[in-house]
Design a binder for this molecule. Structure first.
Ligand code: GCV
Length: 674
């Protein structure tokens, strides 16, 4: 008897451990197989039949509705509450179904009608996945799309991967990926790195892309590819010149144009709803039109013409530096290269720009390219993978950073949002359990950029760490005990509010311990994790070196980007141009980004520059200590495996925050010591 009980207990714990390894993301619904669902037999119907805890749902196709929009009505039928979801097509119904599942425990709003439509038509993940299976800036294992095979070892003993198009694809995993994306409204995915291999466009890989497109289509997700601008020089295109490549990639060359047209035809023949191309050209060594003295518009338009007959788009990145304007302040180069081209792009070209003018730093002023382009469609590129924010080792919730960006760049100025994905083969997809929140927040903000960071974090916390499948999960259960909880408003002390507070403070903490008062890009060379403020290497471009950005010497520190310096401030619209240019009005969080100040300069706090830096480094470290305290308090409410895994990472984060503090204060302090 005792043995049986023990066995049963062991089995239960084993199941619990397995169930809570993070793989289910925010979709931890338990199958209840209860609801009666009428209407088209579709993905939405399947989800609701399996997971919806209400009695019945009617699914209604309404052709008059807008693409992707849905309406949820609450009806009374024979004394019972019944939900009706209407949408233009099955994808809209699916989005409506996920909304219903998200709200099913919510007693207060569960009885209200809801209508929703996405703010952006383009809600796209960008995977920086290489064909050999590695991921550029990937911190959660190898690629879910591309698998390589081992091709030897580096001198340091690391495995070298080489491409292997014969590797089978993992259909089940890709379905799970698609479902997760659909549940937050993401409707596009770029399957490969912007530093693209020309081989991506070879027949064997196009066939793989077709397989992915077929799996993703029922979830409303289109596939796109990053392309290497010089592809025509190495890869054959079906029906073009007997399979021979072209000798040039000059966008005005007739053969090059014909090659791209043939390639587009080849792709669309197998993937009729293929989305289009993403292009990184003439940046960080990538080929581009500038190699032939042509403009970005020449290059983008040539590709746009090739995909236009099939309804495709070109997302052309403005992240360029070093090629056309060498020596110019790096943060100015995008505007320098693109401003005069505004209006010269085809209507199926979209200029895709990072939120800040430099490179995904924990805090950047917004990128002024958004102020300078008026006639060309624009998209923002956000980075979900935390390249410069502790990668998958730090708990940093990014929604506050993205909301900050939308405070400067009106969402309506953009036609879409791209997010550099943080997804890999790690069991929990993102490396850090809390990094899942950034994937989630990206999707939710792409759907509705007016959602607050709090709302999104709360939704994510409840669905990720709340009791799985408990229909009363938003009110009154242990996870929320002590809270005065309603769907959009949480007060009081409870594990949820503690964790919510940690999430909301985490980005500012990271700014404090990595880049106080506007210090920027002082990360260790290439890996971009720890600090390397003294970084200088004469063999790499100067704008890769930390010393280029802080310019500290015994007298002063900071990059003068005002009218007396590089004049980057002039690229901003008013009032920001004046505001940033004048040291008296420049927000101190951007001080060393825009201004060069003597070490004796005093901030509003009365502290000198070094004292102020010290204050921020200390505050950042203390914040992480507090995150650990809250996580310890939450222990009884969190399953063991995920608790332990997050705990280990928080300890890491604390060590790293301390390392930032000591390395930077030692280094910068050395300038002020006699
Ligand atoms: C894909 C930064 C990153 C690179 C990345 C590049 C880009 O420089 O460090 O890894 O390359 O941005 O966005 O193109």
């Amino acid at each position: 008897m005792k043995k049986t009980v023990l066995l049963l207990m062991m089995m239960t714990f084993a199941w619990m451990a397995k169930a809570e390894d993070g793989h289910q993301l925010w979709l931890r619904y338990q199958p209840v197989n209860k609801a009666k669902v009428t209407g088209p037999e579709c993905m939405a119907a399947q989800e609701l039949k399996t997971y919806y805890q209400g009695e019945s749902v009617h699914l209604v196709i309404d052709p008059a509705m807008e693409e992707d929009a849905y309406r949820i009505k609450v009806k009374e039928e024979k004394g019972k509450k019944v939900k009706e979801i209407s949408a233009k097509n099955e994808i809209g119904l699916l989005y409506g179904a996920y909304e219903l599942l998200r709200r099913q425990g919510d007693r207060e709003t569960g009885s209200q009608d809801i209508t929703s439509k996405p703010f952006y038509k383009l809600r796209i993940l960008n995977h920086w996945d290489n064909l050999n299976g590695t991921i550029e800036r990937g911190y959660a294992g190898l690629s879910i799309f591309w698998k390589g095979k081992e091709g030897g070892k580096t001198r340091r003993g690391h495995t070298i991967f080489v491409e292997d198009p014969d590797q089978p694809i993992d259909t089940e995993l890709i379905k799970e990926y698609a479902r997760a994306n659909a549940s937050i409204g993401i409707n596009g995915t770029v399957l490969n790195n912007v530093n693209a291999s020309p081989k991506m466009l070879s027949a064997v890989y196009i066939n793989k892309v077709k397989q992915y497109a077929d799996i993703l289509r029922p979830y409303g997700i289109k596939v796109y590819l990053s392309v290497n601008f010089a592809s025509p020089m190495t890869i054959p295109a079906k029906g073009f010149n007997g399979g021979k490549p072209v000798k040039t990639a000059d966008p005005l060359n007739a053969q090059v144009k014909a090659w791209w047209k043939a390639k587009a035809k080849e792709i669309y023949a197998v993937i009729p709803d293929f989305g289009g191309f993403l292009v990184k050209a003439n940046s960080e060594g990538q080929p581009g039109p500038f190699d032939y003295k042509r403009t970005h518009a020449d290059g983008a338009n040539m590709l746009a013409d090739a995909v236009k007959p099939f309804g495709g788009i070109i997302m052309w990145r403005s992240f360029v530096y070093g090629a056309a304007h060498p020596g110019e302040d790096r943060v100015k180069q995008a505007v320098s290269e693109f401003k005069d081209l505004d209006g010269k792009f085809r209507d199926n070209v979209i200029l895709q720009s990072k939120n800040g003018p430099l490179d995904f730093q924990p805090r950047e002023p917004y990128a002024p390219i958004f102020d300078n382009i008026h006639q060309t469609k624009q998209m923002a590129e956000l980075q979900i993978t935390q390249e410069y924010l502790g990668q998958s080792r730090h708990l940093v919730y990014l929604a506050p950073m993205w909301r900050e960006f939308f405070g400067f760049v009106e969402p309506s100025r953009l036609v879409g949002i791209a997010g550099v994905a943080n997804i890999g083969l790690d069991r929990n997809w993102c490396g850090h359990h809390f990094s899942q929140a950034n994937w989630y927040a990206f999707g939710r903000l792409a759907w509705d950029p007016t959602l607050t960071s709090e709302q999104i974090a709360q939704e994510w916390l409840v669905s990720t760490f709340g009791p799985a499948g408990d229909s009363s999960r938003l009110t009154g259960d242990r996870f929320l005990s002590g809270c005065n909880a309603s769907a959009n408003n949480l007060t009081g002390t409870c594990p949820l509010s503690g964790l919510l507070s940690v999430m909301l403070r985490s980005r500012e903490a990271c700014v404090d311990y990595m880049m106080p008062i506007g210090l920027h890009h002082i990360f260790a060379f290439d890996e971009h994790y720890g600090p390397e403020p003294d970084g200088y290497n004469p063999h790499v471009p100067y704008e890769w070196c930390p010393v280029y950005y802080h310019q500290a010497n015994k007298d002063s520190i900071g990059f003068d980007r005002t009218h007396t310096g590089s004049n980057a401030t002039a690229q901003y619209r008013e009032p920001y141009c004046q505001l940033y240019d004048d040291i008296n009005t420049c927000p101190e969080r951007y001080l060393l980004w825009f201004h060069r100040v003597p070490w004796t300069y005093r901030l509003k706090s009365g502290r000198t520059v070094l004292e102020e830096m010290t204050f921020h480094y200390d505050r950042g470290v203390k914040e992480v200590e507090d995150f650990i305290r809250v996580w310890n308090e939450a222990k009884p409410f969190i399953d063991d495996q995920r608790w332990q895994e997050v705990d280990a990472r928080l300890q890491h984060q604390l060590d790293n925050a301390k390392e930032w503090r000591s390395t930077c204060l030692n280094y910068f302090g050395s300038f002020t010591r006699p």
